[in-house]
Design a protein around this ligand. Structure first.
Ligand SMILES: Nc1ncnc2c1ncn2[C@@H]1O[C@H](COP(=O)(O)OP(=O)(O)OP(=O)(O)O)[C@@H](O)[C@H]1O
Ligand SMILES: [Mg+2]
Length: 938
């Protein structure tokens, strides 16, 4: 009866809390299936009705693993763990995960052997005296007076002194009826049980409930909305696997940090197949709200009058709008009411106040529900005066509204400008729609250039080439022909692998009598192609010709940024790192605040790639990681995903250089999936090579081989600058297959390819792989020569390593390892330490050998368990047990404590320690402490 009563009472107009939609009280004898999302079984003391309550699963197959709230869980447990039975309130906005946190805390207590109980306050049960907590009260007591009943209940809950304390979870305590609230208050006051309660922040609660924290009887934990990284953790745990970083950021934005909304979104994504896994990465197409999601969001929005509804619809269609315009169409009362309810926010942007929907998801749902005709009328209204206002201020928005305005307001010039801007913002899908509309309306060559760029960036180079050819006769000026020619050349080179044709096209632009700016752009593009083709010196010379002050006056921003990218890349592989980084900085300065030039979008991508290359190849690993993270953040901040592939590749590359191999695999897998959909700078082969290398170093031979096969089958592409990296990846794959000689041969080959391409720093990096693979003597002289050709401390460190290995100088190798470690290049430090251990060992210096071997092992653990031939040659000094005992001893444990911990006799511990001392060449625990320093912190 209670069940049906509660179920029927679930009100349509309830607040955002989920109690009405999910929580029921179920009697033990009920034939209704028990909910699956409960904190396992919850028990109460004998004599009470055993009740299971909790959210009813609605299509969500099982709860997601609990992640991301460890600190909060610990805080709840600590609060309950005080000497007397403690009480703690978990407060938070709707959906943040209050119930789950309380459930987890109760489950921890249950696993520790404490009896537990659970109850839920609901809007329906709040009307029934003791509605929520009846099941905690002994059946006999319920018929007595309230005072007697409370007394009985508390006595029963307290139990006898030798029984463990009962832990009670009370969900949504703000909805308790007065009598339940009184009982709860009494339980807490008399410390009869440990209590964890949840309340919805800001919701009115019975006086006796709010008195709990106001009078200091409970501690209160405010559960903040999930952060972006917590959302990423939840998604990855819930979906299992890699979740694309834009998808994660987008879902975080739409859910506003609510775990409940996040789950609803994921569920809707599954149902509409918008959330799909491909190439090992979960990605989100676009929001298509399901009926269920619409219901949830509608419940959040609540009742609206006609003006309020209209204002929300207007904002759903128009994005952010001037507050005055929204008020003009609706009414100031409506807008004020929406603002008060937190549905609309208003903020000052330059000289006017802009209004927008507070939650992006509301816009999605409102648009999905809006009748076509209403949407059309609203767009028409917006497409008129408002769109005209936006031409300058926000050309993309103006273009989008014109696009939706059904023709009468169409203006091909605005559409073409909007398309160019959308390309610059990397929203190539939108750019394509805008450019096509502009082309249909008879727009000129600029619209065609934007269309070619949009199509090529979406991975359709053949179609882009056809469009470029069709557009040729439309160019009415030399400048227009130049823009088209450059865009076509980029497509020929990076999309179609037709390097020679691309160069001819650029030469034609330069010779076509175009004005200086157009020739400069062609020259800059030539420079970039030279770099990509593996001719860094030529690239640097061409780029410098664009950037010399005289030419710079003529060169447009696009040309200057393109040239800076080519110069940075060229100087990077030539080993002129500082000059490369200075060129990058000047490129970024030129690009600042500029978006619409057709070349600038490509130029920015290339500049980012070159800058990271300069940092990584010179061994500035930490700086590379930081910069890659910044560039990735900037890419995610762009409305379109077109730059994400290269940004994520940057993260993966930097992680690989740092030796964070698992992280590298995660990012490079995502990058590969993204680049398959659009690879404007021909980075996919490099991405696969790096992913193969990361896999190989982790011992994943099959995955590495598969990726290298795909690269081999793809054939030669015009981008050749990264060929040595591909050959090096093959080398590490051979090493993973234990074909060490073959691996070293391949590394030698990679070095010779780099040498042929005049890339001394890349050559040095490849030769250093030869050293790590055990053939130092063969390459030391050449490394020494290269150290004279390139800047920085990296190659001298390579030389020092090669020389010290050949001469058996363990201490010198330890120094080299420390140098690498201080730069964040742990992968290199692992092998340098391993070689140091071998050198010490050969010299009969057991103690330093032990220290270096341990260092190498620690570093290798920090590199996610990297497996290299240098490490494989290290005989394990200590057995697993000896290592375990020695580490505990080094951390200050006594023999007795170690024996207790490992359930061994003290005598056995002594034997293990004696053996460890002998092997490590030491004589005391103090020495052990010095030797086993533990894994370094990253
Ligand atoms: N840290 C977490 N890890 C995994 N899943 C979580 C986490 N937090 C919440 N969830 C899941 O998100 C959903 C919503 O969480 P929960 O019901 O605890 O939120 P709430 O704040 O109690 O919401 P409401 O306002 O609806 O009561 C649940 O399915 C829950 O299992
Ligand atoms: Mg809840």
């Amino acid at each position: 009866m209670l069940t049906s009563l509660l179920r029927d009472a679930a009100p349509a107009d309830c607040e955002a809390c989920s109690e009405h939609r999910t929580n029921f009280l179920l009697r033990e004898d009920s034939d209704i299936p028990l909910p699956a999302r409960l904190p396992d079984e919850l028990t109460t003391r004998p004599g009470m009705v055993r009740v299971q309550s909790g959210p009813v699963p609605r299509g969500v197959p099982s709860p997601w693993p609990f992640v991301g709230r460890d600190r909060e869980l610990q805080a709840v447990i600590d609060a309950m763990d005080s000497s007397e039975p403690g009480a703690v309130v978990v407060a938070g906005q709707a959906g943040v995960g209050r119930t789950r946190l309380a459930q987890e805390a109760v489950a921890v207590a249950r696993r520790a052997g404490q009896p537990t109980a659970w109850a839920t306050g609901t809007r329906a049960s709040s009307a029934i005296p003791l509605g929520a907590l009846a099941h905690l009260v002994p059946v006999a007591a319920t018929s007595s007076t309230p005072a007697a009943m409370l007394h009985h209940a508390v006595t029963a809950l307290t139990g006898s002194a030798d029984e463990p304390t009962l832990v009670v979870g009370i969900d949504d305590a703000h909805l308790l009826d007065e009598l339940s609230a009184a009982l709860l208050h009494k339980i807490v006051l008399t410390r009869s049980a440990c209590v964890v309660l949840t309340v919805c922040s800001g919701a009115p609660a019975p006086e006796l409930v709010s008195a709990l924290w106001q009078d200091g009887l409970t501690s209160r934990i405010e559960l903040a909305p999930l952060s972006d990284s917590q959302v990423a953790q939840l998604l990855s745990a819930g979906l299992g696997g890699i979740v694309g970083s834009r998808t994660s950021a987008e879902l975080s934005r739409m859910s506003c940090g609510s775990a409940a909304l996040l789950q609803e979104l994921v569920q809707a994504g599954h149902e509409t197949t918008r959330l799909r896994v491909g190439d090992g990465v979960w990605r989100w197409g676009a929001v298509a709200p399901t009926q269920r999601l619409i219901e949830v969001v509608r419940a959040q929005i609540g009742e609206l009058n006609a003006d309020e509804e209209c204002a929300l619809e207007l904002l759903a269609v128009g994005g952010s709008l001037g507050l005055a315009e929204v008020v003009e169409v609706t009414s100031s009362e409506a807008v004020a009411a929406l603002e008060r309810r937190g549905l609309v926010t208003a903020e000052r942007v330059s000289r006017r106040t802009e209004a927008r929907l507070a939650q992006p998801l509301h816009g999605e749902v409102l648009r999905a529900q809006m009748p076509q005709e209403v949407a059309r009328q609203l767009r028409r209204r917006l497409a008129g005066d408002i769109a005209r206002q936006w031409r300058i201020e926000d050309p993309i928005r103006a273009g989008v509204l014109l696009l939706a305005g059904d023709g009468p307001y169409a203006d091909p010039g605005v559409l073409a400008t909007a398309a160019a801007h959308a390309n610059a913002e990397r929203d190539h899908g939108l750019a394509e729609r805008l450019a096509r509309a502009a082309v249909e309306d008879g727009a000129g060559c600029a619209a065609h250039v934007a269309l070619v760029e949009a199509v090529r960036c979406q991975g359709r180079p053949v179609e882009a080439e056809r469009l470029a050819m069709d557009a040729r006769q439309l160019a009415v000026s030399a400048d227009e022909a130049a823009h088209l020619g450059v865009t076509r050349a980029l497509n020929l080179f990076y999309g179609l692998g037709r390097a020679q044709d691309a160069v001819s096209e650029l030469d034609a632009v330069a010779a076509s009598g175009a004005t200086d700016p157009a020739s400069c752009t062609a020259l800059a593009a030539r420079a970039l192609l030279s770099f990509s083709a593996g001719r860094p010196r030529e690239a640097a010379e061409l780029a410098a010709a664009v950037l010399v002050p005289a030419a710079a006056g003529a060169a447009g921003v696009g040309a200057r940024v393109l040239a800076a990218a080519a110069l940075t890349g060229g100087l990077a592989v030539l080993g002129r790192t500082e000059a490369a980084l200075a060129a990058a900085a000047s490129g970024w300065a030129a690009a600042e605040g500029r978006v619409a030039e057709p070349e600038i979008s490509m130029a920015r991508l290339a500049l980012a790639q070159s800058e990271l290359l300069a940092l990584e190849s010179a061994g500035h690993v930490r700086r590379a990681e930081l910069r890659a993270a910044q560039l990735h953040g900037a890419s995610l901040a762009q409305p379109g995903p077109g730059g994400d592939g290269m940004a994520v590749l940057g993260l993966g590359s930097a992680a690989l250089a740092a030796g964070r191999l698992a992280t590298a695999v995660r990012w490079l897998t995502e990058a590969a999936a993204l680049l398959v959909d659009g690879d404007p700078a021909g980075c996919l082969p490099r991405c696969r090579a790096q992913l193969a290398q990361a896999h190989a170093l982790l011992g994943h031979r099959v995955s590495a081989a598969r990726l290298l096969d795909v690269n081999a089958a793809a054939g030669r592409c015009a981008v050749r600058v990264f060929e040595p990296e591909d050959i090096l990846a093959q080398a590490w794959h051979s090493a993973a297959e234990q074909r060490i000689e073959e691996a070293a041969d391949r590394a030698v080959h990679a070095a010779s390819v780099a040498a042929r391409m005049d890339q001394p720093l890349v050559e040095a990096n490849a030769l250093y792989a030869v050293v790590r693979l055990g053939r130092a003597a063969e390459v030391t002289d050449r490394l020494r020569q290269l150290a004279g050709l390139v800047e920085g401390a990296l190659v001298p460190a390579f030389v020092a390593h090669a020389d010290a290995v050949t001469r058996g100088l363990g201490d010198r190798l330890d120094q080299v390892a420390a140098e690498f470690e201080s730069q964040g290049a742990w992968l290199l430090a692992v092998d340098a330490s391993a070689h140091a251990a071998q050198a010490h060992e050969r010299a009969g210096r057991r103690r330093p050998a032990g220290r270096s071997a341990n260092r190498s092992a620690d570093l290798a653990r920090g590199c996610d368990g990297v497996q290299t031939p240098a490490r494989a040659q290290l005989a394990p000094l200590l057995t697993r047990r000896e290592q375990q005992v020695a580490t505990l001893a080094a951390n200050g444990a006594s023999n007795q404590e170690i024996a207790d911990l490992l359930v061994l006799s003290v005598r056995t511990i002594e034997t293990h320690l004696a053996r460890a001392y002998r092997k490590l060449g030491i004589g005391s625990r103090i020495d052990l402490g010095l030797l086993l320093v533990g894994a370094p912190e990253r």
